[in-house]
Structures are given as structure tokens and as C-alpha cells.
Design a protein around this ligand. Structure first.
Ligand code: FAD
Length: 447
């Protein structure tokens, strides 16, 4: 059978995760012949295997994220796949947006298909060929065969920046001592007795209560328990490296929760051996953590572990762009001439040494600009980076890596790549004013 996935594309999006899925939708909707290449069997990346999108609203109450990210939430709402943007009174975020990961997977794939994107799942970008400072073609490897496609423009949304790395573009990784935030394997646990959990486990943060689909009683949508009372047990000391270990539960369901509490430090997500070992260790950690919850933690005694997603990597390569977003920019809530959208998630630092999780709030109106220049890797003219591989410092990344901000970057890069390929321009020659005006017309929020 002849494959359709050959020939020339205006835009090739590499990685169908959080940023890449939106980049492909945006490029195709703006008239570009678009190919989306994803190494896994579904779309959404860490937005469907990790935790949940937050910060559609800044802490001042201002709406910070619209456009395609909001359209996704609207689609989910029609399908009972989200509780929407729930106001989190007194918490570290203005809103939480619990979503059903499985429904999100289906919504994303349908939106990609409806936009007319050529989609290749189970396909890995293996190599590129360059002419001067331009990527000319990409080699895509599937289990059955290898394809070569030509691209006018390319968006690297692989999380690790695999394509930018293949071009030789410079990058930084980790903080000054090279250490990175820990990796986590998220679990999903069902048959939780919320009353027992809430009454038996202290929390230092407010509980967000919500009515869930097919249930009238209110149960927690966000609960952050502190496991201090079990610090003397052998299991606690084997499992957790910090004191007052936090048990993050987010839940759009009546009796079930997505639980974020496992952690492995010292893992380099770009090193095969490190990742492979971490996958094996984290499966063991998930089982042992679940057994710890069953044995000690009220509310889990009759629960079942229904899923352990795949290893979630918080940070790896950050490519050096024409501008590097800094912690100062984030904390000051700085806005830029070339904003392509806003970030509104606090600096959420999981200690690279295995200590606790800390949050630092954004100043000004609770949002900061994401400059287009942060998406332009050095030395390549037809490549944009989108998602957590953007140009930012280690601390700024701890905010801008959030799902909503990655989605914002996806929408903007898809449009910019479509504009560049249509006008035969480099990514640096894209008219930023036209890009911004079109993004606004398409629902994005830039200020
Ligand atoms: C455990 C964990 C919990 C988190 N919790 C939250 C949270 O509560 N709220 C929040 O806002 N953010 C959270 N984050 C952060 C956020 O989820 C991620 O930073 C963000 O989703 C990353 O998006 P991305 O598009 O850059 O990468 P990803 O979503 O990882 O997408 C990259 C995609 O590229 C594909 N890919 C990689 N290499 C190749 C290749 N060579 N060829 C083809 N495809 C490739 C991958 O399969 C993947 O689908 C969390 C992160 C982790 C790890």
C-alpha cells in the first residue's frame, strides 16, 4: 500500500505531546500542509500522562490563557471530561482545571484529524538533513519502515528538543551543578474513601471540593496531604527522601484520583540508560507506594491501583534562543514586545536533591509574557522550539513548563510556521505584529 506520508510539507511538527498537538492543529488550520510525528500511540504527551492543566487564570483573577487550549477545555466540558476552571479559594493557584486524561486523549486526536493534519503515530524522528542553517528533510522511523519527508519549516515539540539537538543548536541542561528536577510516575487510584482521607491526613493547603459527574456529593478535586505521621515507618524511609512528604491528589471523578507522590532524583531524561533504569525503578516505587497507602493512609484501605502512566520527565535540554526567559522575568510578571502568550503558573520547584516541593508566586498581575525569541534556537532558520525545551533558565522553566504555557507555545508556533512557509520567510523574519494580531483574532491572550 502506498503511504500518504511522503513528499513535501509546509510544516512538520515533531512530537505530538502537550505543545506539539496544538502546534499541528494551529498550523493546519492556518492553511499549512502539516505532518505531525509522534513516537507514542496517542497524542497529548505529559498533559495526558502527567497531572493537570492549571493557571488558565492568573492569581489576580485575570484570564491568562484562551485560544486552542480553552477550546480543548470547552470540548472536554461537553463530554463530562473536565470540571472546568474551578476557583481555588485561598490556594497557591487561582483555579484548578481537573481533566479526564482518557477523554482528553480522544479529544486531541479528533481535533488533529478535523484540522486536516497528516498524523503519524508510533513514529520516531530519527535523523535530519541540513543545508546550511536550514533543515531540509527528516528521517522518520516506524517499526515497519523508514520514511523521508521534506519540510519548509519544522517545530520541535519533543520535550527534550531532539531535533534542535540534531542541528547542533546550543543548549543548557539542569541548574549550574547540572542537577535537574526529579522524574515521577503518576498513578491513578480508584475506590478511595474521601471522608477517611480528608479526616485522617493533615493538609497545609485548602481542599478544593467539587461536584463530580454522576455524583451529587461533593468530593475533593484537589487535595494535598502531608504524610509526616508515618515518617517513623520503615516504608516511608525507603520510599521518600524528604520530610513532610506531600501526597498530591487531583480528581475529576467521584471515587478516583490521579496521585502525584513518587519521585526519583538524579535521572537525566536524555540518557537512555538513566531513563531505562528509572522506568524499572519507578514501577517498583509505584507498587511499593501504593502498598504503603493501603497499609497506613486512611481512605486507601479498599482502593485499587488502576493505572501507572509512563515516566514523567520535568526537565532536560533548554535551547539557547534569541532571548532566555529568567526567574526575574517570571517573578516580576514582565511583559515583552514579542509576547506570543502568557504564563500564569508559579515557579513550582521539585528539589533536584530530593527535598520538598516549593512554589513562588508571579508578581504584577500574576502573569508574564512568553517572548517569541525564546522559541528561536540559535543557528537554524526554519526551526521553532515549543514546550519545555524553550529558552529559559532552570528556575524560569519551573513555571513555563506548565501544561497551559506549553499549549500556548504550541498554538503560536503552529501559526508562525504556517506564516513563514506561506511567505517563504525564515522564522526570524516572521512579522511579529501580524503573528500577534492573528493570535488575538484566534482567541489567544497576549496581555
Ligand atoms: C510528573 C509530572 C507532573 C506534572 N504536573 C503538572 C501539573 O500538575 N500541571 C502543569 O501545568 N504541568 C505539570 N507538569 C509539567 C507539564 O506537564 C510538562 O512540562 C509539559 O506537559 C511538557 O510538554 P511538552 O510538549 O514540552 O512535552 P511532552 O508533553 O512530553 O511532549 C513531547 C512529545 O514528543 C514525543 N517525542 C519525543 N521524542 C520524539 C521523537 N524523537 N520523535 C517523535 N516524537 C517524540 C513524546 O512521545 C511526547 O508525546 C508535570 C510534569 C511532570 C513530568
Amino acid at each position: 500500500m502506498t503511504s500518504i506520508y511522503r513528499g513535501d510539507y509546509d510544516v512538520v511538527v515533531c512530537g505530538g505531546g502537550t505543545a506539539g498537538t496544538l502546534a499541528a492543529i494551529s498550523a493546519a488550520r492556518n492553511g499549512a500542509k502539516t505532518l505531525l510525528v509522534e513516537k507514542g500511540s496517542f497524542l497529548g504527551g505529559v498533559s495526558v500522562t502527567g497531572f493537570f492543566p492549571h493557571s488558565f487564570y492568573a492569581n489576580s483573577g485575570k484570564k491568562a490563557v484562551g485560544g486552542i487550549p480553552q477550546e480543548i477545555i470547552d470540548e472536554l466540558t461537553k463530554l463530562d471530561g473536565t470540571l472546568g476552571h474551578l476557583r481555588y479559594e485561598g490556594g497557591h493557584l487561582y483555579t484548578h482545571t481537573p481533566v479526564d486524561n482518557e477523554i482528553l486523549k480522544s479529544v486531541l486526536i479528533q481535533m488533529v484529524v478535523d484540522a486536516g493534519v497528516d498524523l503519524m503515530l508510533n513514529s520516531l524522528i530519527q535523523d535530519i538533513s541540513m543545508q546550511g542553517s536550514y533543515i531540509r528533510s527528516l528521517v522518520i522511523r516506524t517499526k515497519a519502515k523508514t520514511f523521508t519527508v521534506n519540510a519548509k519549516t519544522v517545530i520541535d515539540a519533543t520535550g527534550d528538543g531532539d531535533v534542535a539537538h540534531m542541528t547542533g543548536a546550543p543548549f543548557n541542561q539542569g541548574r549550574q551543578d547540572g542537577k535537574m528536577q526529579p522524574v515521577t510516575l503518576i498513578m491513578r487510584i480508584t475506590n478511595i474513601d474521601w471522608d477517611k482521607l480528608v479526616n485522617g491526613v493533615p493538609t497545609e493547603t485548602p481542599i478544593l471540593w467539587a461536584e463530580k459527574p454522576r455524583s451529587t456529593a461533593k468530593t475533593p478535586a484537589y487535595f494535598r496531604g502531608i504524610l509526616t505521621q508515618w515518617e517513623d515507618t520503615e516504608e516511608y524511609n525507603q520510599l521518600f527522601t524528604d520530610k513532610n512528604h506531600q501526597l498530591f491528589c487531583l480528581s475529576p471523578w467521584a471515587t478516583e484520583a490521579t496521585v502525584n507522590t513518587t519521585r526519583l532524583i538524579g535521572v537525566d531524561g536524555t540518557d537512555y540508560d538513566d531513563v531505562n533504569t528509572a522506568e524499572i525503578k519507578s514501577r517498583k516505587q509505584v507498587l511499593e507506594t501504593y502498598r504503603f497507602l493501603l497499609k497506613y493512609v486512611p481512605g486507601f484501605a479498599n482502593s485499587n491501583l488502576v493505572a501507572g502512566h509512563s515516566l514523567g520527565v520535568r526537565e532536560t535540554r533548554r535551547f539557547i534562543g534569541d532571548y532566555e526567559l529568567t526567574e526575574e522575568d517570571v517573578l516580576a510578571g514582565r511583559k515583552f514586545e514579542d509576547n506570543i502568550g502568557l504564563g500564569a503558573y508559579p515557579i513550582d520547584m521539585h528539589d533536584p536533591n530530593g527535598g520538598n516541593v516549593t512554589f513562588k508566586q508571579i508578581g504584577d498581575d500574576g502573569s508574564y509574557g512568553i517572548p517569541y525569541r525564546c522559541l528561536l534556537p540559535q543557528g537554524v532558520e526554519n526551526l521553532l522550539i515549543a514546550g519545555r525545551c524553550l529558552s529559559a533558565t532552570h528556575k524560569a522553566l519551573a513555571s513555563v513548563r506548565s501544561i497551559a504555557a506549553c499549549m500556548v507555545m504550541g498554538q503560536a508556533t503552529g501559526l508562525a510556521a504556517a506564516m513563514a512557509s506561506k511567505d517563504n520567510k525564515t522564522m526570524r523574519e516572521v512579522d511579529i505584529k501580524v503573528l500577534q494580531a492573528t493570535l488575538r483574532e484566534q482567541g489567544a491572550i497576549l496581555e
